[in-house]
Design a protein around this ligand. Structure first.
Ligand code: ARG
Length: 379
């Protein structure tokens, strides 16, 4: 990704760009930061390229190159305004030991080339030269499916189509709102398409919307800001059967080893874990659950205040209609004098926890519960 330090709309090379409308650099930064942070939280590695003065569109890193199996076809931009971005990407990849080639034909990288199921889907019509499709096919040794874009508002393929996994794409020619990026499980997408998000969730994907109004002033969105280097989708494909689990402690508990242990156990079983860590305020957990919509929340606490903290926490969570059905379990050492006991466990369950784990078999019970949730996902 490329930080939007130079982002601006100073020229117009697509119908979205109006240089007479000022952009809000602070808001653009916050929106870009959100995309960045979500990639990191979801377990992906994000590398940064330095933004260069005079290149306001460099924030749209997806256009810098196409990358497969460690081989890089570096872009050749259609418009002079962006031409100087290409050598910057060439330098970045070369310095990091990638095999690189400079495109001979006009080629706007992952704006127009998207890989799916062994194929390369390749767009043309406004930016990438159709002859660049054959060039990419030869270089990557992957068969190309050429797609012609016909509406100038959707001038790059990634504005009209996103690859979800090796067998699934989503496309919606009539809307710019697409421009999503998916690791096989999580779909990061521009805000404003609730119907599409619902469809994705119905199909078992975790759709996460991001406000990108400022970036849209340059005709860009979530995918435009993300140049995919590695096999995130292939990696995710191996674990696509897993579920998203939030692991957390309660507000008063600063112990972390128990959380790390749970994270490792759940990840080994193929689940995606977001570990919120120790001393998590109730409001933070609620906010994160509303945002991530996990399949399971595991509250682990060992300081002896879990019973009291847990009662308060679960009632805050269940206050939200959206979180009423979300499975939440609690475990660890719940009372100062030891286990909360039968009565305590019942109270916690009555307050809204689905399961209270205190016995020795807790880990086995927990992992089997996560496994059962898995079976219900993506079927
Ligand atoms: N202003 C940029 C351009 O017109 C936006 C690029 C968006 N990037 C993308 N991958 N669609 O080139």
């Amino acid at each position: 990704m490329c930080p939007p330090a130079e982002f601006d709309v100073t020229y117009s090379i697509n119908p979205w760009m109006d240089p007479s409308e000022p952009v809000d650099p602070r808001l653009a930064y916050l929106q870009w930061q959100r995309i960045h942070d979500l990639h990191v939280e979801l377990g992906h590695t994000v590398d940064l390229i330095e933004p260069l003065p005079g290149l306001p569109d460099m924030v749209f890193a997806a256009n810098g190159a196409t990358v497969h199996d460690g081989r890089v076809l570096v872009a050749r931009f259609r418009y002079d305004e962006r031409a100087a971005e290409a050598p910057a990407y060439l330098g970045w990849f070369t310095a990091r030991g990638f095999e690189t080639r400079e495109a001979a034909r006009i080629n706007e990288g992952q704006g127009d080339f998207l890989a799916a199921g062994g194929w390369l889907l390749a767009g043309s019509g406004f930016r990438t030269d159709p002859r660049a499709h054959a060039e990419a096919e030869g270089y990557f040794g992957r068969p190309v499916i050429s797609l012609t874009l016909v509406n100038e508002s959707y001038y790059h393929l990634d504005t009209a189509l996103s690859v979800l996994d090796e067998q699934t794409i989503m496309y919606y020619p009539a809307a710019f709102g697409l421009n999503g990026v998916c690791d096989g499980q999580h779909v990061l997408m521009p805000a404003g398409a609730p119907g599409l998000m619902a469809q994705l969730r119905d199909r078992g994907y975790d759709a996460i919307d991001i406000e990108v109004s400022e970036l849209l002033r340059a005709g860009g969105g979530v995918k435009c800001c993300t140049l995919e280097l590695g096999p995130a989708r292939e990696r995710a494909a191996g674990t696509a059967s897993g579920v998203t689990v939030v692991v957390t402690s309660v507000a008063s508990d600063s112990h972390t080893w128990n959380l790390v242990y749970l994270q490792l156990v759940l990840e080994e079983l193929g689940h995606q874990v977001v570990n919120l860590g120790a001393c998590v305020p109730d409001e933070l957990l609620v906010t994160e659950c509303l945002r991530i919509r996990p399949h399971l929340v595991v509250v682990s606490t060992v300081n002896g205040h879990g019973f009291h903290d847990g009662l308060r926490l679960i009632s805050r969570i269940r206050d939200y209609a959206e979180l009423a059905e979300m499975p939440v379990v609690i475990g660890g050492k719940l009372g100062i004098a030891g286990p909360a006991g039968q009565e305590g466990r019942e109270q916690l369950r009555a307050a809204g926890f689905d399961v209270v784990f205190e016995e020795g078999a807790a880990i086995t019970a927990l992992t089997s519960m996560a496994g059962q949730l898995t079976a219900g996902v993506r079927t």
